[in-house]
Each structure stands twice: as structure tokens, then as C-alpha cells.
Design a protein around this ligand. Structure first.
Ligand SMILES: [Fe+2]
Ligand SMILES: [Fe+2]
Length: 197
């Protein structure tokens, strides 16, 4: 795909190189899988393909960064107070979006929000945010109980797929006995209305 230059000054090839340099081979393969799934969803649901590609390629840009990189952002910028009690799982999206803005020069707020909310979701998600949230969950490399059902829902009703993933994620975290970031609960409370009964 050829990028227009509207959202990013890099070509797709240059972006791939920058992203690849940030992560293990395994994670890079995951990122490419998310891009493929995001483009398919963008085509199906009428989102800009280029935005879907860029957001997917950068969504885990900060997943392997040391905690100190996030800490310096958390110290100097305004984030919800609870954020410092959590770790990379929460930071690589919520704080990662700001790092991506600074390091890759991406200023489009829809792309940044898609990165920001790809793990926790959000009460109000744009079409692009929903696409990245779901693509991250269903990409072809994923293999866990329920993934086929999530893929099926994504093919027929994106909103229902968001709701399904949100319920599954919250259930998984509760069963694991780990603290839940408040935003994840906010997401659940709004999207639970869209679960198929
Ligand atoms: Fe992630
Ligand atoms: Fe991911």
C-alpha cells in the first residue's frame, strides 16, 4: 500500500522498519496480522484503509519499552491518577499513543486514540478505534478459546464483536485475580448493552 503522506511523513516501508526495530520477531508478526485484519474490517465497515494500516502498525510500538520510558511521560503529563499503579499492559496504549506522537510524528487524533484505547477500550469508540480493538483480538495468529466466535461476530456485526471482546477480557482479568484498570470497567458498562442475548 502506498501512503498519501496525510497522516505520516514516512512511507509504509519506512514505518515497517521503525516498528520492527522496536520489537521481537514474534510481536512483529502479530503486528502484521493486526494490520491485515484491520484492513479487512476497514474495507467491510467503510473506514479509511490507510488510517487502519497506520494505526495497526503502530499499536504495539511501545509494548517492549522499559518502564522508565513511560514513567518519564507519567511524571510530566496528565494521566488519570490510577495509571501509575498499573504497568506496561496499560501504559503501552494509553501512554504509548503520546510516545508515538512524539517519535513518529503522528498527529491524527483518531489514529492516536485507536492506539490509546486498543487494550482498555473506551466508552465512546470511533469506527477506527473499534476496528483496531477488534483486529488486535482476532488477528490470524491468535489462538484462544472464543477467538473463532469473536471472528464470526466481527464478520457480521462490529459493535457486537467489541461487546463480546470486552466481556471476555474483563472475565479473563477477574479470573486471573489481577486489578482492573478503571477504564476497562467503564468500557464494559457501556458496551455490555450490545452483547447478543
Ligand atoms: Fe497491545
Ligand atoms: Fe497487539
Amino acid at each position: 500500500m502506498k501512503y498519501s503522506g496525510r497522516y505520516l511523513s514516512l512511507t509504509r516501508e519506512e514505518l515497517l522498519e521503525r516498528v520492527h526495530a522496536q520489537m521481537s520477531e514474534k510481536r512483529f508478526v502479530h503486528v502484521l496480522g493486526v494490520e491485515k485484519a484491520a484492513i479487512a474490517l476497514a474495507e467491510q465497515y467503510g473506514e479509511d484503509i490507510e488510517k487502519a494500516s497506520i494505526a495497526a502498525l503502530v499499536h504495539d510500538y511501545c509494548k517492549e519499552r522499559p518502564d522508565t520510558d513511560f514513567q518519564s511521560y507519567i511524571d510530566k503529563q496528565l494521566y488519570p491518577e490510577a495509571i501509575s499503579q498499573f504497568g506496561n499492559e496499560i501504559w503501552h496504549g494509553l501512554v504509548g499513543a503520546d510516545i508515538i506522537h512524539d517519535e513518529l510524528g503522528i498527529a491524527d487524533s483518531d489514529i492516536l486514540n485507536a492506539v490509546r484505547h486498543h487494550t482498555t477500550g473506551s466508552a465512546n469508540m470511533s469506527l477506527l478505534e473499534q476496528i483496531i480493538y477488534v483486529a488486535d483480538y482476532i488477528e490470524e495468529g491468535r489462538d484462544f478459546p472464543g477467538v473463532e466466535e469473536a471472528r464470526q461476530k466481527a464478520r457480521t456485526d462490529l459493535v457486537e464483536a467489541v461487546a463480546y471482546e470486552t466481556q471476555k477480557t474483563l472475565t479473563y482479568l477477574v479470573e486471573k485475580g489481577v486489578p482492573i484498570y478503571p477504564k476497562t470497567i467503564e468500557t464494559y458498562n457501556v458496551w455490555v448493552a450490545h452483547l447478543s442475548k
